[in-house]
Design a protein around this ligand. Sequence first.
Ligand SMILES: [Zn+2]
Ligand SMILES: [Zn+2]
Length: 150
Amino acid sequence: MCPECYSADNRITPLLEPRNCLENHTQYICGTCGRCICIDKDEKREVQRWKFPFRTLDIAKLYLRTADVSTKTPCGIYEITGNKGRKSFKIFAGTDDLLTYLAKNKDKTCEQMKPLFQQESFHESPKTQIRKLSQQEVETYLQEQNSTHI
Ligand SMILES: [Zn+2]
Ligand SMILES: [Zn+2]
């Protein structure tokens, strides 16, 4: 697992429409393994990717670093239960943010009220860059992504 971005696979992201994401969205470029993580705001919802609900804990982990960097704190991944018992995973900077979310979303609950995954502390990573990729970097990254995911 990469100690900086918490992923074992350094080209797993972007998961959906990788070319569109890499060409158009600002990326967190891991200074340790080179993995690109979308840190941009969604055009429609005006929120960063890490604030969305995730289907699984593993997918949420892939975006956790962008949450930590954005808030400069070790954020936690919480399991949220919706109506009809549907589970999702959401990242919050802390319990206060979770409580605010639950207060606004009365149909959602959080059974454990504590994170399933969280770093002990927040570390800056001096080699990391947050920017858009050049076209050449996009092509190289997509090639690497394809060759590791056959
Ligand atoms: Zn993106
Ligand atoms: Zn990494």
